[in-house]
Ligand binder design. Structure first.
Ligand code: ZN
Length: 331
């Protein structure tokens, strides 16, 4: 991938649907095509047939279970009629625009309707997720409230039973491992017990956690080593004990949401946040390295593999490496 300097160069090389198909196949099945239903592949037994002409062109048929599938089956492109070349460009734009790309912008860029563009963005967001991420070492944690101010809203959009301080903003818990990943999660409620399940899922029990002196953390953070920064007295960090990094992330998150996406509903927030985290986690990479890393994940957790796997064959999991796996990625 390193040979490409721009999306233009990439698309010049992948100038037909057939070539784009090869591109997607190489990421989805780096060791040869695998049947998404039964896990059959060429080393395991029966042949997998690749149709290269006729009405079945570009699709596969498993010799073991007769399942017919395509490179789109069971991925974010499932049931989409949009050409692979447009998906390729869309992925590139969505993951590489620093502040995100709106559906209007994407529609203009690749020549589709805004509605299709919105659909593509949601699907691409779904590829990444930080559900399994557990932060360790030193973790900065803070909360942020995302959403427009009530006074700027149209009368019919104003929150009816308005909380005077928060309105209908989305409360978000942010966790940042120093030198590592970021996890952002929306939550409801105002007490530690509302945050506790998120903390238990995403922060290792032996981590050291830095927070501000919010009453939320009076009782500690689930027994973890805990230190606080007192913002009220104008002290932004004693030595190494700061939450500056996570606060910096929050201001970037706000810029992304307010600047580009404008409306992020509570229901969609997690996906936006996970894409934001993915961009931030990979900010040292080039655009094409980031693209390759995302495409490796297409093989993994975002595909609801179990939903179509009629046999639930766990032996096939090695063909679906997850993000962060040690598998060598050709960049
Ligand atoms: Zn099969």
């Amino acid at each position: 991938m390193a040979k490409y300097q721009s999306i233009h160069e990439l698309m010049r090389e992948y100038d037909t649907e057939e070539k784009c198909l090869d591109w997607f196949i190489q990421y989805r099945w780096p060791s040869g095509v695998v049947c998404p239903r039964c896990g059959n592949h060429h080393e395991k037994g029966k042949k997998i047939y690749h149709f290269t002409r006729g009405t079945m062109k570009g699709t596969f048929k498993c010799g073991a279970c007769n399942f017919k599938f395509s490179v789109r089956s069971n991925t974010f492109m499932e049931n989409s009629q949009i050409p692979l070349s447009k998906w390729m460009m869309a992925i590139y734009f969505v993951i590489n625009h620093k502040r995100g790309i709106s559906s209007y912008q994407l529609a203009r860029n690749i020549g589709i309707t805004q509605k299709s563009a919105w659909f593509m963005i949601q699907r691409i967001f779904n590829i990444v997720n930080s559900d399994d991420d557990v932060l360790s070492g030193t973790v900065e944690m803070d909360e942020v409230y995302i959403g427009g101010a009530e006074k700027n809203k149209r009368p019919d959009r104003k929150t009816m039973n308005q909380n005077k301080i928060l309105g209908d903003k989305i409360s978000v818990l942010g966790m940042l491992e120093r030198g590592g990943k970021i996890v952002l999660r929306p939550y409801e409620g105002k007490q530690y017990k509302h945050l506790s399940p998120i903390i238990e899922n995403h922060i290792a029990s032996d981590a050291t956690v830095y927070t501000d002196e919010s009453v939320l953390y009076r009782g500690g953070v689930g027994g973890r080593t805990h230190d606080t920064v007192n913002h009220n007295q104008g002290i932004y960090g004693r030595g190494d004990i700061t939450t500056n990094r996570i606060e910096g992330m929050f201001s970037q998150l706000k810029r992304m949401i307010l600047g580009t996406h404008v409306f992020v509903t509570r229901g969609h927030f997690k996906q936006y946040a996970d894409m934001f985290s993915f961009r931030m986690d990979t900010r040292e990479l080039t655009e094409f390295q980031r693209l390759a890393l995302l495409m490796v994940q297409v093989n993994g957790s975002r595909i609801k593999y179990d939903d179509v796997s009629c046999h639930g064959n766990p032996g096939t999991n090695k063909w679906f490496p997850k993000y962060g796996s040690k598998r060598k990625i050709v960049l």
